[in-house]
Design a protein around this ligand. Structure first.
Ligand SMILES: Nc1ncnc2c1ncn2[C@@H]1O[C@H](COP(=O)(O)OP(=O)(O)O)[C@@H](O)[C@H]1O
Ligand SMILES: [Mg+2]
Length: 349
């Protein structure tokens, strides 16, 4: 059981702000993902929760108890890092057992605990090997098993998949998802990869420059991004964003005219997702020459350039055309997202 609460948590080094007034309650058993670009303060937030870094300001509570002054070892959290930090001279069995020895738990229980943890990450057949004799994915699973064997109240995982190749990343990701379901322990998982965030999280916290931009379920942040930063960070491809002017409910930008918007006159940033638009023969809201075509297998991505920015729409997989051909893209008003032209904040719902 562990509910974690961050209350006004900030970290500054001199005048540099690493994390700015982080406020969040993470309920027991939630799988929370901290998502954002490199340097946005994810690791710093996690290290403060683990007790490896002192907040400049604010309180961290575990199950209602302030833990700011508790040593990492007294917080009952287990961390898994990007680098596996295994002991090269110990075999897999001893690596997984290590935290039990350090904690002085009853040696009679070790074998059963190690066997159970190693079975969970499918390492049963590798217990005698040294880390050097394992693949990257297997090493990361040893690190996972070493965290599991402690039966902690909280799991902290910092980019655990980023050293793995693409294929292994997908299978290890699936394994972590299944594992978290089985273990049902509060987990905070850090990544810069929006697909990992979307596939693993109960809730996602999107961060930028130390500031929380949005907190929500994967569906919420995908369907209703709070600002242009989140809109441009989530989704593959990211949401199309166009700067233009609205007059009488009609948005205009080069090659573009979208009517039927409920918003006052003035400059605005309009967004839509490639998969919500349609590539039409004619009569669409954007009519422009094709800048590039990408065959994705299940669809064809068609891109045009509007005011210097790439704007994409997903067409049928059988769609064929040449670069330079005129294309018409249908963008009904109801698929459009509107953002303040100055601040980037979402307008309306
Ligand atoms: N010990 C430190 N001293 C000064 N700046 C730091 C220190 N640790 C991290 N930072 C800075 O704080 C920012 C956030 O770092 P970090 O939390 O590691 O980002 P992320 O994990 O999101 O990539 C970065 O700009 C980083 O350079
Ligand atoms: Mg980091």
């Amino acid at each position: 059981m562990a509910e974690i609460r961050l209350s006004g948590v900030s970290k500054r080094w001199g005048s540099f702000i690493g994390v700015d007034k982080f406020d969040l309650t993470i309920p027991d058993r939630e799988f929370l993902v901290l998502l954002g670009p490199s340097g946005c303060g994810k690791t710093t937030t996690m290290r403060m929760i683990a007790g490896l870094e002192d907040p400049t300001e604010g309180e961290i509570l575990i199950d209602g108890k302030v833990v700011n002054d508790l040593e990492p070892k007294d917080r009952d959290v287990a961390m898994v890092f990007q680098s596996y930090a295994l002991y090269p001279n110990m075999n897999v069995y001893e690596n997984i057992r290590f935290p039990l020895r350090v904690r002085g738990s009853d040696p009679a229980t070790h074998k059963e605990k190690v066997m159970r943890a190693s079975a969970m990450v499918e390492l049963d057949d590798f217990l005698h090997r040294k880390p050097a004799e394992l693949s990257g994915g297997q090493r990361q699973r040893v690190a996972l098993a070493r965290a599991i064997v402690r039966e902690p109240n909280v799991f902290l995982m910092d980019e655990p998949l980023s050293n793995l190749d693409a294929k292994l990343r997908v299978s290890t990701r699936a394994q972590i998802k299944n594992l978290s379901h089985e273990l049902a322990v509060t987990t905070i998982y850090v990544t810069h990869d929006q697909i990992e965030a979307m596939t693993l999280a109960d809730r996602v916290v999107v961060m930028e420059k130390g500031v929380v931009q949005q907190v929500g379920s994967p569906t919420e942040i995908y369907d209703r991004p709070a600002n242009t930063f989140v809109a441009s960070f989530i989704g593959n491809p990211a949401m199309n964003l166009m700067k233009g002017e609205v007059a009488g409910g009609t948005f205009r930008a080069p090659h573009t005219e979208i009517a039927g918007l409920s918003i006052g006159d003035g400059p605005v940033t309009l967004g839509f997702r490639a998969e919500d638009a349609e590539v039409a023969g004619e009569g669409g809201q954007i009519t422009a020459p094709i800048y590039t075509l990408e065959l994705l297998g299940d669809a064809t991505m068609v891109s045009v350039r509007i005011g210097g920015a790439l704007v994409s729409a997903k067409a049928d997989k059988s769609f064929r055309a040449e670069i330079g051909d005129m294309v018409s893209i249908r963008i009904p008003a109801q698929i459009c997202h509107l953002f303040d032209a100055e601040t980037g904040a979402r307008i309306g719902d």
